[in-house]
Design a protein around this ligand. Structure first.
Ligand code: ATP
Ligand code: MG
Length: 450
């Protein structure tokens, strides 16, 4: 097929006569590796091409989205369409984009929240220099880049000698355990550590908050049949790689999660009958100690078997608390619970769990409160309860609950699309303060484990 820009009179011509007939085949994209008119919520892409493809196509992160091609009318100036392409590439996290009106072609590359033109060709050059376009975004180039990035990503990970298991626990509900767990997991992953998050709460809030509940109807899902209960239920099967999933769109880069499910409540009886249930997680985590640097465990606001397993399995404990009277009264019971479990740990030859401290969480930003009440609350934790306080403070900020409640329109369906505070901060300036608090928390955790 010859390249003949004079034939292109409309956007449709650019799509059919230039992109479909000339450009995609030239770049090595066979008909089964690209899609036209693809909708993601309110985003409509003209073309989406894949270097590595998993069929059937599904919007669950198993297909790395490789190249977006946007067609414009031959009369249209490309400059005015850059912001739109930038929005598409950054919100869908696609690394490469082509913008073309048939007479001019530009290749863009995404770096984080920005895009940059790496090649701009006009008129005859679009034809004469098509091999350069192919080198940048052709199917075989992108395929090897994607494979290479995966290997580099692995190599870049920082590692410890030992895997560190951190439980996030308080018996008082609503103090921020789940919010802290999912965002601390993201913060450590963003620093290059390999992270596994375990949801040990039958409310399954971490599972929901990291976007693992994708379907409206439970029968479309396999969360009931493959979750943390199954890890605890047997010593012989259901090892961590069999049950862990990826956090997909929750955070970039992603981390692993073992989900929970409401049916954990029914499972308690069975687990309580068998003493070995309490130590299976330790054994299964041991098999993965080279694979993860950090395991973060979100726990229920109770003393049930799942809370016990968390405290038995962890090396460290973070107790988030809003420092209000109810949460403080609960601390006495938390202390006695830890003491009992430490006795059991001793019988297993495990040292007592190390308390990183009480993490002030959901702390009001009101100036009067911070000047008068907050210092007294902090003092009471140290003097009255004789517990250490963490240095980091997680303030009460709307962005922190909003980020976990994001949704996405897919066709007519509104599906959950929660984001870590770091992802949310990419598009929402109000989230920056919370993001930096979680960054500080990750730093403090790193300091305390080394
Ligand atoms: N720092 C914060 N700022 C604003 N809202 C917060 C903050 N932390 C948590 N929240 C909100 O408070 C509520 C309870 O938080 P979260 O679910 O994290 O608590 P929890 O301790 O895990 O609760 P549960 O004991 O029920 O598991 C949620 O609606 C959450 O969005
Ligand atoms: Mg919770």
């Amino acid at each position: 097929m010859q390249f003949n820009p004079d034939l292109y009179r409309s956007e449709r011509d650019v799509e059919s006569k230039f992109i479909v007939s000339y450009l995609l085949p030239k770049l090595g994209y066979l008909p089964n590796s690209w899609y036209q008119e693809v909708a993601f919520g309110n985003i409509r892409l003209d073309f989406l091409a894949f270097a590595i493809q998993v069929l059937p196509f599904s919007f669950d992160g198993s297909n790395p989205l490789s190249l977006v091609i946007e067609a414009k009318s031959p009369k249209s100036k490309l400059d005015s369409h850059i912001p739109q392409l930038k929005k598409y590439l950054t919100s869908l996290r696609v690394d490469y984009g082509i913008l073309t009106n048939g007479k001019e072609l530009r290749v863009y590359e995404r770096t984080g929240k920005n895009i940059q033109a790496t090649l701009q060709l006009k008129e005859q050059d679009v034809y004469d220099r098509i091999e350069e376009v192919k080198l940048l975004v052709g199917r075989s180039s992108l395929k090897s880049k994607e494979l290479r990035t995966k290997v580099e990503d692995k190599n870049q990970n920082r590692s410890f000698q030992d895997m560190k298991v951190i439980a996030v626990y308080h018996n008082k509900g609503g103090v921020g355990k789940t919010t802290v767990s999912v965002n601390l997991a993201a913060a450590l992953r963003n620093k290059g550590y390999k992270v596994l998050l375990i949801d040990l709460d039958s409310q399954a809030n971490s599972t929901f908050a990291t976007g693992l509940v994708k379907f409206q109807f439970e029968e479309d899902d396999n969360l009931r049949d493959n979750n943390v209960f199954h890890v605890l239920e047997t010593g012989d099967f259901n090892f961590i790689p069999d049950v862990a999933r990826q956090s997909d769109y929750f955070n970039d880069p992603e981390f692993s999660i073992i989900p929970s499910h409401i049916s954990l409540i029914e499972g308690q009886y069975k687990l309580n009958q068998v003493k070995a249930s309490q130590t299976r997680l330790i054994k299964k985590l041991k098999r993965e100690e080279k694979k993860y640097d950090f395991v973060i465990i979100d726990t229920p606001p109770s003393r049930d078997i799942y809370a016990q397993v968390a405290i038995i399995s962890a090396n460290y404990l973070i107790i988030p608390s809003d420092l209000k009277p109810f949460a403080n009264q609960g601390l006495v019971s938390v202390q006695s619970f830890i003491k009992e479990i430490d006795e059991f740990r001793d019988s297993l030859g495990r040292s007592p769990i190390k308390l990183m401290g009480i993490l002030p969480s959901k702390i009001s930003t009101n100036a009067k409160f911070l000047a008068n009440t907050f210092p007294r609350q902090q003092e009471s934790i140290m003097n009255h309860y004789c517990l250490p306080l963490m240095d980091t403070i997680i303030y009460e900020r709307a962005a922190l609950s909003h980020c976990l409640n994001q949704t996405l329109l897919v066709g007519d369906l509104e599906v959950p699309d929660p984001k870590s505070i770091f992802e949310y901060a990419n598009s929402n300036a109000a989230a920056a303060q919370s993001a930096s608090e979680f960054e500080a928390l990750a730093e403090e955790v790193l300091k305390k484990v080394s």
